[in-house]
Structure formats: C-alpha cells, structure tokens
Ligand binder design. Structure first.
Ligand code: MIG
Length: 693
C-alpha cells in the first residue's frame, strides 16, 4: 500500500509515474513541523530499528547513526564524513520489531537526514524548501516494499548484454593508436574484454559531440575495427557546453535559448574542462530533445554506449565566484596573515568550485515559471540522462544502448545506470563498493559498479585483484583510473595472469548474472540485497554489513582487507562454497549454516550458493558474444529435485518480455546422483553435490 502526502507546492520531478491522490489525514510514523518554509519529519527509534536505503551514500548498508544530505556534488573524496555524493536517492526503509515501512521524499531540492546522529534514538529529516510529496509504502517485507516502490517509479533501465563484459577505461586515452593498443594488449594475453571507455581527451578541446580530428582521423573505421574485435567504444559526454562562437552546439543553444539563465536573462557561464561553458536546461523537454539528438553524431560513427559526466552540474568556477574570490584576496594582499587570515585566503579559492552561491545564480524554465537552480538542483544529472535515453530511443527504438551517469535522482533509473564516481585506491572503498550495491538496487539502479582498482591514487596489484573479485559480480565491471595515477590496466601488472583468470569467472557466470539481472529488472526486483532482506528473522544476518545476496541463489563475501588470506563469513543457511581460481578451476565445499573462517588466497574468488539451488556456469570466453549459454555446467548442493528458470534473449533488442526469455531448468535426483534438463541446452549435472556431506 502506498500513500501520498503533499507539502507546499511540489513540482513533478519525473520520478513518480503513478498519480496517487494526496491523503488528507496526517502522515503516519512521523511528526511534522514547519519552520520558515522548510518541513521536518521526526520520529523516535527503538534500539533494534534499522534504516536502509539512500542509494549512493557512504558508510554501511544500515544507514542509522549518521548525517546524510541530498545535494548532488562533484566530490572526489569519498570519506566517511561525507553526507552525500553525486546523487540523491531519497528512499528510506525502516525496519524493526514495531515498524516496517518505506518512505520516499520526492523533493528535487536539498534534503537533510539526521538518522540517529544528534540523538541515537531519533530521526529528523528536513526538506529545506518544503515543497515535496512524501510517499509512505507499507508491505509485508523489505523486499516487497522495494518492489512496490518500483511500481511507483517505473521499471529499471535495460542495458545490452555486451555491457556485462569487462570494460577498460582510463582518463587519458587520447588517440586511435592508444585505444587500439589497449585492446591488443588484452587480446594478445587473452584477457577478456568487451568495451573501452573514452574519457574527455578524445574530444576536440573538450567540446561535446566532437572528437579530435588529428588523434581520431577516422572514428568510424576505429569503431568498425573494434567491433570486428568484439569491443565497443564508450565515449564520455559532459554536461557543460564550451563557449565558442562557431561551435554548433554552443551557437544553437544560444540561438534557441536552451541554456540556463541568470536573473538578468543572460545565459549563465560556468567553467568546466573547456573553460567557460554554458549549461543546457535539461529540465525542459525541448532542450532534452535537442541535446539528446546530438548523441546521434557519435552513434552514426558506430558508437553504442556513453557515460554522462559532470552533471551535478560540476562547476570549477563562475565569473562571479571568481571575481569575489579575487576581490577578497586583494583585500588581504600585503597583510600579515595570522592563522585565520591564511585559512580564509586559501579557503576563498578552494570554495570557488561547486559553490553554493553559484547554484543560486541561475534559473530553469519549468512550464512558464523561472525556477532558481538550487530549488531543483538534484534533478539536473537525471534530466541529462533522460535526454540521452530518450535520444537513443528516437535514434533506434528497437535497440538497447549502454548508458551510465555520474549524477542521478530516482527516475533516472529508467534511462540508464550509474557508476559510483571518483573513489580512491583504498581498501575501504572496495568495501564501500560492496555496500553501495544493495542500497542502489533498492532505489532502482541495477546497472551499477565502481571504478575497479580505484580512481584516484595509485592502486596496488593485490588491491586491484581483490577488487576484480568483487567486480566479477557487479553489472558494470569497469577498471577506471585517473590521470597521473599508476597505469591500471590488468596487463601492466606482474600478476596479470591472476587478473585474467579472475575476469574469466565473470564470463563463465554471465548466463547466470544476465538471467538474474534481467529477471530483477523485468520483475521490479533487486539483484543485490542485504542479508536482512532475505533472512529478516535472523538477527546476525540482519546485522551483516560485508556480505550481500546476489540474485535468488547466491551470496557473496569478498575479501576487502590488505594481506588477508581469507575472511570470516556468516552463513544464514547451508551453502555451497565455490572457491574460484578461474572459470574452470574451482573447489566445491559444502558448508553448514553458522560462522566460518573461509580461506581465500589472493587468487581465489569465493561465491556461496544456497543449498538446494543451482547456478549455471558456461565455458570461458573472451567476449560476451562468445559465451556459449547453450552448454552449461551446473553447480550446487542439493538434497532432492530442484527446478529453476534461466532467462536469456538476443542481448540487444529493446522490446523484451520475461515470458519469451525464460526456460525451465529441472534437476532430478535418483540414487544419489543428479541429472538435469533444460530445453534447447546441454546441461551437465556432474558437479552437483547430492545429500548430507
Ligand atoms: O573532474 O573526465 O568521475 O571518471 O575520468 C574530473 C575526467 C572529470 C570525473 C569522472 C571521472 C573522469 C574525469 N571526470
């Protein structure tokens, strides 16, 4: 059951698709107070209450115990003290002995969450602008709440199957030759690969929808050659449009009045990579249609996937913020600066980027109203994603394209995925990657992953290898790193063979992962779930923060500590440990419910399969199209007959129906041995373990 409560005059954020009447009775669970425009929602917490949700945020899966803030921000330092990152996913789930409900704050502006920070036993959530719809969702389980929520906000984006392949990326690939080298190095060593991301350096002076004519003299030829090699190019598109007379995107945007404007009616100018830039007013449908249509330029060259960046929007400075900073600095010039003055001076320039004042300097057109940016700030990236997604549909509605964005808001989950932004090559961020997976899934973002190996800072061989051991399970499996950091492609390391072997596991599991992903997407479910969702009556499972459920049959518990040779794992039920060294080399260890130390050497990837479930494994392949899903080896530990379903399709058609892709898999046990059947496939049951061990 979902009920809507209206506060102030909310606008349509595009997140919610179902129109529910506003309730006239007071909102349950929270006491509401209004204060100079803002609205606060407060409630008390019992000792055992847990709070899930908030999508892309730092800290644990249970969000209780800290402050969070929905305010999309380009921030490359994902430390524990950060209230938010690039996205606003205002969904919370409260779970305890006395309550079970979800609450969604459909608010495009700033929202703050005090979830047991000021007082451990109380919550206070504040909408700064006070214009919002609040949805209260009551169902019988956490999983059901998320399912009902998805019914409200719409089905998740479907990527093409090739997007589940391994993707290599680096801020710095700047030429045709460099891209070809990256691909060759992978192919020569048989390291599987399906995509290469092109970061801003492919562009001509950082202009969207252009490419450097000297470095990429024949882009179509490059995409064709790559395609022949089963590799797709995935160029980046930034939100800011370079200010340059003669650059058609700039000229058209000015002529048609498509950019966000200041109070005086002049277009707002902010600086990003190309220097002074304009910002398309993505909140307008006509602007989305225009900008979304531009992607065709690269698609005409054979491109089938994109990533949208800098769409919080990130601002290095505005003319105004820079002028103020210079003025302040001038005022301090020549003075004997004490500690306060010195800090004031450095903070002045540090604060020029993504400056709160700048976000109040420009306006969007919403219907016939001008709305100041800060009131709708958190929608900007989502609307850019929507522009691209709608553009792809117009370009070819029969096909799926890859799209993932940095900034997002619920609603954008219908148009694309997200990557988890500029993490650091820290062990803690491997764990954060794991913990964000279920939280993002709750909010509808199923196609996601983090920069494997870490974006900022220098990775290490063991960190990258361990991170890949998580990455083999995340839908977006991309190795990406920043400019000026240590080279991070698998082939740069002495342990590249171990990395290759790890990546092969992903390809062997592709039939399973794709099947589970598509079923989750088409049935409004989640691919990754906290253990609390599946074992709500198991107190230990409910508090487990470093293991997550994957699909309907598995649990993962990656090693995320330096120099560890295994880890503690809690099994809420009997499970079969598959200790992978590669797609073909693995041990099967039946394990009883309870606490275990699980050995996992640096080269070993553990996967846990629930007892009486089976997971199919394909032969190793070097690209997704080469994965042969018609011949599968089944892994499992079963006591009797088991039936399951596998979903598959052509991997690219946009029109898919669950019914059309499902095949029944049946496993029979007779005289202690298993045999299996699946129409149209060869299934090998010889690795299935039967009965008490
Ligand atoms: O301010 O395009 O998160 O993945 O490599 C940096 C350069 C801009 C931020 C993205 C990152 C990308 C980088 N971009």
């Amino acid at each position: 059951m979902i009920r809507r409560y209206k506060f102030g005059s909310p606008m349509d954020t595009g997140a919610v698709l179902r129109r529910l009447p506003a309730e006239s009775t007071p909102m349950p669970f929270f006491s509401v107070t209004r204060n100079e425009g803002s609205v606060s929602f407060a409630c008390a917490l019992d000792e055992d209450d847990q709070i899930f949700g908030l999508g892309e945020t730092v800290r644990g899966i249970n969000k209780r115990g800290h402050l969070y803030r929905s305010w999309n921000m380009d921030d490359f330092s994902h430390t524990e003290s950060k209230g938010g990152l690039y996205a606003s996913h205002n969904l919370l789930l409260f779970s305890g002995k006395k309550r079970l409900f979800g609450v969604y704050f459909d608010d495009p502006g700033e929202v703050t969450y005090d979830l047991g920070y000021t007082r451990m036993d109380s919550v206070a959530i504040t909408s700064v602008n006070g214009d919002l719809n609040v949805y209260i969702i009551e169902e019988s389980s956490l999983t059901e709440i998320c399912h009902a929520f998805r019914g409200l906000v719409g089905r998740s984006y479907l990527p093409p199957r090739w997007a589940f392949g391994y993707i290599q990326s680096r801020w710095g690939y700047a030429s045709d030759a460099e891209v070809r080298t990256v691909v060759k190095e992978h192919r020569d060593r048989h390291i599987p690969l399906d995509g290469v991301c092109m970061d801003i350096d492919y562009m001509d002076h950082f202009k969207d929808f252009t490419w450097n004519p000297e470095q990429f003299p024949d882009l179509h030829r490059l995409t064709d050659d790559m395609h022949d090699d089963h590799v797709r190019l995935i160029p980046i598109i930034d939100a800011g449009v370079k200010q340059e007379a003669g650059y058609d995107v700039c000229d058209e945007g000015l002529e048609q009045d498509y950019f966000v404007k200041k109070a005086d009616g002049k277009p707002f100018v902010g600086a990003v990579w190309p220097g002074r830039s304009y910002f398309p007013d993505f909140l307008r449908e006509d602007v989305r249609a225009w900008f979304g249509g531009k992607y065709a330029r690269l698609m005409d060259e054979g491109v089938e996937g994109f990533w949208n960046d800098m769409n919080e929007p990130a601002l290095f400075y505005s003319e105004e913020s820079l002028a103020e900073a210079f003025e302040k600095a001038d005022g301090l010039r020549g003075q004997n600066l004490g500690i306060d003055g010195a800090f004031e001076l450095t903070a002045t320039f540090g604060g020029v980027a993504n400056n709160a004042e700048d976000y109040r300097r420009f306006y969007h057109r919403v219907g016939d109203r001008q709305v100041r940016h800060d009131k709708v700030h958190n929608l900007y990236g989502a609307m850019m994603t929507r522009a691209a997604g709608e553009g792809f549909r117009r370009y070819d509605e029969s096909k799926r394209f890859l799209l993932f964005s940095r900034s997002s808001f619920i609603g954008a989950h219908r148009y694309g995925g997200v990557w988890q932004g500029d993490n650091t090559s820290w062990w803690g961020h491997l764990k954060l990657n794991l913990q964000m997976m279920p939280s993002l899934n709750m909010c509808g973002f199923l196609y996601t992953g983090a920069d494997l190996g870490g974006f900022s800072g220098n990775t290490t061989e063991d960190l990258l290898l361990r991170w890949m051991q998580l990455g083999v399970f995340t839908p977006l499996m991309r190795n990406h790193s920043a400019q000026h950091t240590r080279d991070q492609e698998a082939y740069r390391f002495s342990r590249w063979e171990d990395m290759r072997n790890t990546i092969t596991i992903r390809y062997a599991l592709l039939p399973y992962l794709y099947s589970e992903f598509m079923q989750a997407a088409l049935e409004d479910g989640m691919l990754f779930r906290p253990l609390a969702f599946d074992y709500p009556l198991d107190g230990m499972a409910c508090r487990t923060e470093d293991q997550v459920m994957l699909g309907s049959d598995c649990m993962i518990a990656p090693v995320y500590e330096q120099n560890a040779c295994g880890r503690h794992v809690y099994l809420p039920e009997d499970m079969l440990l598959v200790r992978f060294r590669s797609a073909q080399d693995y041990d099967l260890v039946p394990m009883k419910a309870g606490h275990h130390w699980v050995d996992a050497q640096l080269t070993e990837t553990p996967l846990f399969i629930r007892r009486n479930h089976v997971v199919p494994l394909a032969a190793p392949a070097e690209w997704t199209e080469a994965v042969d899903a018609s011949r599968l080896t089944l892994l499992g530990w079963i006591d009797g007959d088991v039936s399951a379903t596998i979903y598959d399709d052509d991997g690219i058609s946009a029109q898919v129906r669950l019914e059309d892709g499902l095949s029944a898999l049946t496993v029979r046990v007779q005289d202690g041995t298993a045999s299996a059947a699946c129409p149209g496939r060869e299934v090998d049951a010889s690795r299935i373990i039967v009965g008490e061990q």
